[in-house]
Design a binder for this molecule. Sequence first.
Ligand code: GRF
Length: 197
Amino acid sequence: MSGGRKVRTGVLISGRGSNLQALIDAAAADPAFPAEIALVISNRPGAGGLERAAKAGIATATIDHKDYEGREVFDAALHDALTEAGIELVCLAGFMRILTPGFVARWEGRMLNIHPSLLPKYKGVDTHARALAAGDTVHGCSVHYVTAELDDGPVIAQAEVPVLKGDTPETLADRVLEAEHRLYPQAWRTAAARLLD
Ligand code: GRF
């Protein structure tokens, strides 16, 4: 039994943070939510998501990759900030840095990512354009555990959206993003509940 304990979650962002906002809103809407955001870290100074976190009263940190010589030291700084804050679960939400295998291994089973495709389809970038080019009629998003291989770890949850006639990568991205905002909180809840079991 969890006894109302909440899994301390760190969210890593690089940009506007609309998925971060969905996580903030989901936790605020349910007093019994099994997780809370204890820290938001951006690798980009001034990322819009930092303001969203501050507005919600969440601690923020900027760890600018440009201040570090190489991925190993940057990831070590991330790891230190997360462990100092007592973080147990990490959510990548539009975090645009590739993490080192060592960092990924240290957070195995405790780090989630949201990817805008129905994995295993379209790992990597330009997922919406690739779905359109392939003539797909269904597209969507996935939340998965992060493993050393890019966009490859075990999937926790997926959401489908239709591809409509006349869609551009932008219109399709907007439809997928709405699905992301519903999916990520659900998957976060699932992963957190597993840790509390
Ligand atoms: C989302 O499309 C997410 O799937 C991708 O990066 C984007 C982040 O958007 N990994 P936001 O910063 O959460 O608004």
